[in-house]
Design a binder for this molecule. Structure first.
Ligand SMILES: Nc1nc2c(ncn2[C@@H]2O[C@H](COP(=O)(O)OP(=O)(O)OP(=O)(O)O)[C@@H](O)[C@H]2O)c(=O)[nH]1
Ligand SMILES: [Mg+2]
Length: 264
């Protein structure tokens, strides 16, 4: 909830309900926001399901499932912090594939006695479209080098521009209504002159600003010449990392998927 733009919260919930997903709780597992709502909601759901009456065992054992790198292990650790005042029980990390096997059950609550099973992230065997794949990759569900950091940076720039989240009064397209409320977006963050839809130009500026340049020897007819080139891969990685840390502001990648008119 701290990284996604939830201004269309109701539309998101309606969309998920149409897909058969109910009881949505938006959480921030780093700052433990809304995490306390999870156990009462789960207890209520299990209690009201017919499977609950199978035996006399009162303890609950729940499995946490989801795409890679979405925060499954962080949720388990956050629940332990909140309900048991205990530290980390499962490893978390900023790339997919941190949890590699179904782990032994971890206690997250005393009353009701609840255990959670951490599981490795899973993706659907077939991703419906290239764009869905790019969105998933942008969220770090696959390793960046499998898609290519520069291609991902290009898609990120396209998304930010399409949603008009460039964030500067000097932005190159002043005739478009602003959607970002003046937040610090990529134009300010990297000190650009304005919005730009050419990823090479943006990455060049990012590289120069970060001092990520490399000296390359170029063979010419009159001998070797050393030229300074922007380090495009390093700039692309920085652009992606900055976006994933929320420093370019909250973004809702699935904005185009929501039905009905959007608020400006
Ligand atoms: N900003 C933010 N970052 C989060 C949140 N939850 C988790 N993270 C970060 O997301 C990254 C992935 O978290 P994990 O808990 O390892 O994700 P996972 O789903 O267990 O990942 P796998 O085990 O690889 O499938 C880590 O860098 C976490 O710190 C959140 O609510 N907000
Ligand atoms: Mg994990």
């Amino acid at each position: 909830m701290d990284l996604a733009d939830l201004s269309q919260r109701q539309k998101i919930i309606q969309h998920l309900e149409r897909e058969g997903l109910k009881n949505v709780i938006f959480t921030n597992c780093v700052k433990d926001e809304n995490v306390k709502q999870v156990i009462p909601a789960v207890t209520e759901l299990v209690g009201s399901s017919c499977r609950y009456h199978r035996g006399e065992n009162v303890e609950l054992c729940i499995m946490v499932v989801g795409v890679p790198n979405v925060g499954k292990s962080s949720l388990i650790n956050a629940l332990r912090r909140q309900h048991l005042r205990k530290g980390k029980a499962t490893r978390v990390g900023g790339e997919p594939g941190i949890t590699r096997a179904v782990m032994s059950r971890i206690q997250v609550c005393e009353r009701p006695l609840m255990f959670l099973l951490d599981t490795p992230g899973v993706l659907a065997p077939r991703i419906e479209s290239v764009e869905t794949g790019l969105k998933l990759a942008l969220c770090g569900t696959v390793l960046d080098h499998l898609v290519g950091a520069e291609s991902l940076a290009d898609y990120l720039l396209y998304t930010l521009n399409r949603q008009r989240l460039f964030g500067s009064d000097l932005a190159g397209w002043p005739w478009l209504p602003r959607a970002d409320g003046g937040l610090c977006r990529y134009v300010q963050h990297y000190g650009l002159d304005g919005a730009c839809d050419d990823v090479v130009t943006v990455l060049k500026r990012v590289a120069v600003r970060l001092g990520k340049t490399q000296k390359v020897k170029v063979l010419t007819g009159t001998g070797d010449v050393t030229v300074v080139q922007p380090d495009y891969p390093a700039a692309a990685h920085d652009f992606l990392r900055t976006f994933r840390r929320g420093l370019l502001g909250a973004v809702m990648l699935d904005r185009d998927v929501l039905q009905g008119p959007l608020d400006p």
